[in-house]
Design a protein around this ligand. Structure first.
Ligand code: AMP
Length: 284
């Protein structure tokens, strides 16, 4: 596996792989890699011949009061995981390599970026869309792999490729969880042992919602209320939203439909966690 911090180095490696007829896959990450990231890299290695993992804690997607400074940075362990998972190149640039000091242009995502995550994190998805577009322009991948764990982000990246004609196939991968259901996240490192136990309530609320939707006794509004009740019942957990939405528009649903997604965001102590679950139902 090769590594590099400059755009020239990754571009040369990709160009040489491409000229040998290889299909190029890209897995963008912010590092602090865990088994969830590993599953994305393994999937990329199945779908492509030359896999580029990018590790960059992107400042433009963090708000002024967010955890950019304290976000875990574990490059050595990350490189080990990348080797095990079958990456061919790890691109881990510094801030200065990615962002010009005098930069003038950035992307602005529409309505899809303003609800749910976007409401509590204004500008977050503009930062995400901008960095992903930049990474795609540097790496020029044929495919790119993202986690369904960040459901709204995945929807926005698909829109980015469609709306700006990026010739990149986007593949979404299932969320990897701990045995007790907690979705793996780099931010779980912030949780104390107690908070870690309380945090499983997000997954329990997703399962409750699925069961109540399948039971068909309660309205979606009542199910949302039940989720919120369960979330607040756990000490130190403050829900931000718990909702059932359309998988494409992410608009809140009043009536059941064939495909739905439950989205949850909650603070566990100071740590903000998100999770989601797709629900499929035969209607009518
Ligand atoms: P991050 O480093 O948190 O920006 O995430 C990089 C990629 O890993 C994104 O596409 C995430 O959706 C994905 N990811 C994060 N956590 C998980 C997980 N538990 N299972 C699968 N993919 C994940």
């Amino acid at each position: 596996m090769q590594t590099g911090t400059t755009t020239t180095k990754v571009q040369m490696a990709v160009a040489s792989a491409r000229s040998a007829g290889n299909r190029i896959g890209c897995v963008p990450t912010m590092g602090a890699l865990h088994a969830g990231h590993k599953s994305l890299i393994e999937r990329a290695a199945q779908e492509a011949d030359f896999v580029v993992v990018t590790i960059f804690v992107n400042p433009t997607q963090f708000g002024p009061d967010e955890d950019f400074g304290s976000y875990p940075r574990t490059l050595e362990e990350d490189l080990e995981i990348c080797v095990q998972a079958g990456a061919d190149f790890v691109f881990h640039p510094s801030n200065g390599v990615i962002y010009e000091e005098n930069r003038q242009v950035q992307l602005c995502v529409g309505e899809l970026a303003r609800r749910w995550e976007g409401e509590s994190r204004p500008g977050h998805f503009d930062g995400v869309a901008t960095i992903v577009a930049k990474l795609f322009n540097i790496v020029l991948p044929d495919i790119a792999i993202f986690g369904q764990k960040d459901y709204q982000q995945l929807a926005i990246i698909k829109s980015l490729c469609r709306d700006l004609n990026f010739p990149v196939e986007i593949i979404g991968c299932p969320t990897v969880r701990e045995e007790d259901g907690l979705a793996l996240s780099s931010r779980n490192a912030y949780l104390s042992e107690k908070q870690r136990a309380h945090a499983t309530v997000l997954y329990r609320a997703l399962c409750l919602a699925e069961k109540l939707v399948q039971d068909a006794q309660l309205s979606l509004k009542e199910i949302r209320e039940k989720m919120l009740e369960l979330l607040v019942s756990e000490s130190g957990v403050i829900p931000e939203y718990a909702t059932i939405v359309d998988p494409n528009t992410l608009e809140m649903l009043d009536e059941r439909q064939q495909e739905m997604v439950v989205l949850i965001a909650a603070k566990v102590g100071e740590t903000r966690l998100i999770d989601n679950r797709e629900i499929f139902q035969q209607v009518g």
